[in-house]
Design a protein around this ligand. Structure first.
Ligand code: HEM
Length: 189
């Protein structure tokens, strides 16, 4: 099944991304400036990516794509932090071009999967008083519905591709999203 293949083939990229200093800093050595930088970076990346993939899913009612949009939650989290840190915003973002439903699905896989790890990040943030009301709404995923939302996404994922080439397109794009996001987080100019 595609869900097993994509997980296996992107494990290394996932590991690299989760070890990025901006994520690592959430565990133990919390720093407000770094946290706001992370929210800002995720917001800019997600909003550009969403603009590309959402249109491909508007005619898939079971997927409930309107519920799966995350960028506006990141923006709210940033606005909900007690003091705002000034960040430079003149960076050039490089994203994969999503010009087929398979590429769009590869991108959505990465963004939806991030709700699973979010649960653990949320637990760390809760220990220092950051909860969904004051900056951790994004990392809380879909709350108690996270498992259900992931399951319905996997069902879609396992039905969307009918050829090897289409499956490869999904997997390659997921890899590109992991790597372009990693590069984007890494730039602090
Ligand atoms: C500190 C940061 C992160 C941690 C600790 C983390 C941890 C995890 C964990 C434990 C799972 C497995 C959950 C389960 O099977 O129930 C998971 C799944 C996943 N995470 Fe992360 N994650 C992190 C960041 C991210 C980010 C930033 C993304 C993408 C933007 C991401 C994408 C995924 C994907 C796609 C899966 C699903 C893998 C699959 O089962 O196919 N993760 N993560």
């Amino acid at each position: 099944m595609l869900s097993a293949k994509i997980k296996e083939q992107t494990t290394g990229s996932h590991r690299l991304l989760e070890s990025h200093p901006l994520f690592a800093s959430l565990n133990g050595r919390f720093d407000e400036q770094q946290y706001q930088l992370l929210l800002h970076k995720l917001y800019t990346y997600y909003s550009e990516l969403e603009k590309q993939y959402v249109p491909f899913f508007l005619d898939q009612p079971l997927l409930e794509i309107e519920k799966r949009q995350r960028a506006h939650i990141l923006e709210k989290d940033r606005a909900n932090r007690p003091q705002r840190v000034t960040l430079s915003a003149n960076q050039k973002l490089s994203l994969p071009v999503l010009d087929s439903i398979w590429k769009a699905t590869g991108a959505l896989y990465v963004i939806e999967g991030s709700t699973l790890g979010g649960k653990f990040i949320c637990q760390s943030l809760a220990q220092i008083g950051i909860d969904p009301s004051n900056g951790a709404a994004y990392f809380s995923g879909y709350g108690e519905e996270t498992g259900k939302m992931w399951k319905s996404f996997l069902q879609f994922l396992n039905e969307v591709a009918t050829t090897e080439e289409q499956e490869q397109e999904v997997i390659t794009t997921a890899e590109q999203v992991f790597s372009t996001l990693y590069n984007w987080l890494g730039r602090n100019d």
